[in-house]
Design a protein around this ligand. Sequence first.
Ligand code: AMP
Ligand code: MG
Length: 322
Amino acid sequence: MAIVTDDIEIAVKKLQNGEVVAFPTETVYGLGANAFSGRKVRKIFELKGRPLFNPLIVHIASADYLDEIATSVPAVAKKLADLYWPGPLTLLLPKSRNIPDLVTAGMPTVAVRVPAHPVAKSLLEKLDFPLAAPSANKFTGISPTCAAHVAAAFSDQKLTILDGGHCKKGIESTIIGFKNETPILYRLGAIPIEDIEAITGNVEIMNQNKGVKPAAPGMMKKHYAPRTPLVLIKNIDQLGKVKFGKNAGVILFTDNVNVPAGFQCEILSRHADPEEACANLYAALHRLDNAQLDFVFAELLPETGLGVTINDRLRRAASNIL
Ligand code: AMP
Ligand code: MG
């Protein structure tokens, strides 16, 4: 059974003893272990049911520890780190020998970031090693944005969960790699790509569709998925026309009077604010997935800023589009 605690010292001891601990970040909860130990990191893959080709993100307390993780940092990466750390930006950098191959799935680059959550920060400050961590959900499942989501996913396993409340951003970090000084987007995330481009100029998009081993598994086609079939809609009016069975839910960006009666409705942001919508997205998916519905419908957001990130997650979670 999973144990939930807000006692950081318990988490510190467990991690020092080589156990995996779930911990809060501002993006989503992570499943962390000593990033310098392949043997300890292996336990994360086992718990999550994650294939070994899917690398992890290394979390550090501050950019001062970058030397221990990466062998070099392009000037443009340094600029982004100065601006966005601590925060939801992950950089792909040439990996140092301190980082076991298991963490990077044998790739020459390591994903690294400084989380902004105060609990993650003090946890990392108390440890003398960084934490390798993917999101604290089972492989391909919905990401967790509170301790209860993690506890539900790992209810049948022995796992300590450090409770730091709800994740403020609520969606994964933006992942940026580099070809010399050119930034490349590996995963859409909590920082809109327009914001990065305003600093760096044009950002190239990593081509995701080459074979079964994607360069960034966050871009895998099926990911972030509920058990209930999720169907995307471009327009609320489509809901009135579908014959969907008995029980259905709908995820809306904002209030809409045109939703036909009988739908269990989740509104992501009453103020139509994409940032608020990100913070609410996974909790809404978890709630509807636990409501014993036949179908969940979801409305796509306007394709700009964080709307692009939310639509990316919805498309990967969806089984169909109307
Ligand atoms: P998660 O936190 O569960 O989304 O998992 C970490 C994400 O970071 C995965 O989507 C990985 O693909 C991505 N990632 C970690 N290391 C690398 C790397 N070296 N190259 C590309 N993507 C990476
Ligand atoms: Mg994940």
